[in-house]
Design a protein around this ligand. Structure first.
Ligand code: EPU
Length: 422
């Protein structure tokens, strides 16, 4: 199993320019939504290096989609000439939360499917109760049998109203997908307005879907007869962009990230500025320079446009090197501090109580052997290792490779002294 060996003391301050990949969490729902189209869908700027994308390709192929991969151009062409299989097997979905999205797409198109419950990062319980409650409102009945949800709308999907008790990203996308061809209108309230969800809405609308905002978090979807295949460019990955900004922030570095809309990171950029980073934004790029000592900060994660839970582990690593006491309150997942014990092994002072982390800034980190256990904590541990004196060996980096395209290559490019070992 691949490990990263990082010599922090030799990484003086990361420097360079990176081009942001397409967002994994936008590409995955777009790929799942291709099931709804009869003609070819072309998706550009796909982060083909991220393992989850490869898993979704295998999953869609297992259902009968034909997929052409133009690797150099980062393009996928997905064609659905024949009826899909309606069984989503556990082996294709066990490692990836976004696998659950094919449920909405298959329901939308065929009004039934049997789907294994999906896996993904262990961030605490990852229920799909809202998805199922929403499908039920749309005229579906379901039963859980041997780890599979058998779900169907025998009389067809019928528009209705559903209010999400809590904002859910994949829940929103799944219900949108199921409603596209529904009889009548569907109203979804308290939806996620994450940029990745808006990218899905844009893609579907350009294919002929009738989706209209009726308020900040309410949409109305009028069922249509079919969608027309077209071409779409996936938005830049805001979490990837933030991760590399943090690499410069933690090492007194200087970085430019291209191909990212800074509006996707408004809350996060505000915090980076508050702690003392100099940031310049352009329409599609972000520059960060850090020269001063870092100040502490208080952060509370929230659905977009709040501070993203996916950015929190990296922010925690940066704050662990600030001068003073910071507090983080994680409001989305119950188990999102998996990087903390690893950073503590390097010398960080992080104290977790329930959903709150108290961080006492500490400037002496020493390299250590660490284990990563979820996607974003992998990057947080890498940040600790870059900032530490000496050598760190990070195992189970496959968690990070699920979501970061070209992780090793990019870290090398900005000057991190890193080696891949087995
Ligand atoms: N929730 C429920 N019931 C549900 C659905 C969600 O209680 O039926 C709760 C969750 O337990 C959580 C909250 O609602 O407390 C929000 O969960 P959400 O459904 O929004 O999470 P998700 O859709 O499973 C996506 C991203 C995650 C990201 C979260 C939050 C994808 C594939 N995954 O997960 O991304 O952390 O939204 O923004 O889009 C990552 O990329 O590292 C990652 C974990």
């Amino acid at each position: 199993m691949e490990k990263f060996l990082i010599r922090g003391s030799s990484t003086k301050g990361v420097r360079g320019t990176l081009s942001c990949s397409g967002a994994k969490n936008a590409a995955l729902p777009l790929m799942a939504s291709s099931i709804l189209f009869n003609s070819t869908v072309t998706l550009k700027n796909i982060p083909l290096g991220a393992k989850d994308i490869q898993t979704m390709i295998i999953l869609l192929k297992s259902l009968g989609s034909q997929i052409k991969i133009l690797k150099k151009k980062k393009i996928l062409k997905i064609t659905n000439n024949k009826k899909h299989k309606l069984l989503v097997k556990y082996k294709y979905i066990s490692t990836m939360r976004a696998g659950v999205l094919v449920m909405g797409a298959l329901l939308g198109k065929y009004n039934k499917c049997s789907t294994a419950l999906s896996g993904g990062c262990s961030l605490g319980p990852r229920p799909i109760g809202y998805h199922l409650a929403g499908f039920k409102k749309l005229n579906c009945k379901y039963i859980l049998k041997q780890g599979y949800i058998n779900i169907s709308a025998n009389k067809g999907i019928k528009g209705n109203k559903y209010y999400f008790p809590k904002v859910s990203v994949t829940g929103t996308s799944n219900l949108i997908l199921a409603s596209i061809f529904a009889r009548g209108a569907t109203v979804l309230k308290n939806i996620s307005i994450e940029p990745e969800v808006l990218d899905l809405i844009k893609f579907l609308k350009n294919g002929g879907a009738k989706i209209y905002f009726e308020g900040k978090r309410t949409i109305k979807i009028y069922g249509v007869k079919k969608l027309k295949g077209h071409s779409h460019e996936v938005i830049g990955d805001r979490i990837e962009a933030f991760s590399y900004l943090c690499a410069a922030a933690i090492t007194r570095g200087k970085i430019k990230i291209n191909k990212i809309n800074p509006r996707y990171l408004r809350s996060e950029i505000k915090i980076l500025k508050n702690i003392g980073c100099k940031i310049k934004i352009n329409k599609t790029s972000i520059d960060l320079i850090r020269t001063n000592k870092l100040k502490p900060a208080n952060i509370k994660t929230a659905p977009f446009p709040g501070f993203a839970t996916d950015c929190m582990p990296m922010m925690m690593a940066v704050l662990a090197r600030s001068n003073g006491k910071s507090k983080i309150e994680e409001t989305i997942f119950s188990n999102r501090y998996m990087a903390a014990p690893e950073l503590v092994r390097m010398g960080a002072k992080i104290y977790i109580k329930g959903s709150t982390a108290t961080i006492i800034g500490e400037n002496n980190f020493n390299g250590a052997d660490c284990i990563s256990s979820d996607l974003r904590s992998t990057f947080a541990i890498i940040l600790g290792a870059i900032a530490a004196e000496g050598k760190s060996c990070i195992s189970r980096v496959y968690h990070g490779l699920r979501g970061y395209s070209d992780l090793y290559k990019n870290l090398k490019k900005i000057g991190v002294n890193i080696k891949r070992i087995n």
